[in-house]
Design a protein around this ligand. Structure first.
Ligand code: GRF
Length: 192
């Protein structure tokens, strides 16, 4: 299965997926990393694995449709079948959604529908929840709103954001790979 990973930051989820592929646990190939942050650490990680990167700067385009069309051109050139968002900090627009219907997935560090949007871990801790978690879901036009594919719970380490974050990331790296495997093997049916 040919995939593209979209990321704006560190790229630890990108790396976890790539390492699972290298270990033979996930039958897929990351054809491309797409980033809107040319200086993000994910670019360095991608180079280490010899994976091509398409980076763009949104403000250099007239509209979201313009840069998404350029992304689509590269995705199609590489025959990408699935778009995997991993810390991509932009809403996906109608152009990209129409090109990849129900073939875009995202990972979010909370038990959705609680705490969508930015800094979900901070939101959860500020709210004082004892259990938070991780969600993998299909992407639609909303912010972290698409149909849920999988979830895992994580216990909050009270008063310790860094430790909570570490737990969440560790779970993310396992859950994303596992869920992608199920999707690619047609083992998840969201149309109950
Ligand atoms: C993850 O927590 C993911 O759930 C969220 O953004 C973060 C990305 O981390 N959407 P990384 O760049 O994969 O390390």
């Amino acid at each position: 299965t040919k995939i593209a990973v979209f990321a704006s930051g560190s790229g630890s989820n990108f790396q976890a997926i790539q390492e699972a592929i290298v270990r033979g646990e996930l039958d897929a190939k990351i054809e491309l990393v797409v980033t809107d942050k040319p200086d993000a650490f994910v670019v360095t990680r991608a180079e280490k694995f010899d994976i091509p990167v398409f980076s763009f700067t949104a403000r250099n385009y007239k509209s979201k449709a313009d840069y998404e069309q350029e992304i689509i051109n590269v995705l199609q050139e590489k025959e990408v079948e699935w778009v995997v968002l991993a810390g991509y900090m932009r809403l996906i627009g109608e152009t990209l959604l129409a090109a990849y219907p129900y073939h875009i997935v995202n990972i979010h560090p909370s038990l959705l529908p609680s705490f969508p949007g930015k800094d979900a871990i901070g939101q959860a801790m500020d709210h004082g929840v004892k259990i938070t978690g991780v969600t993998v879901h299909f992407v639609d036009e909303g912010m972290d709103t698409g149909p849920i594919l999988s979830q895992a719970a994580v216990e909050v380490v009270e008063g310790n954001r860094a430790a909570t974050e570490e737990r969440i990331h560790a779970i993310e790296h396992v859950l994303y790979t596992k869920t992608l495997k199920q999707i690619f093997e047609n083992k998840i049916n969201i149309f109950h």
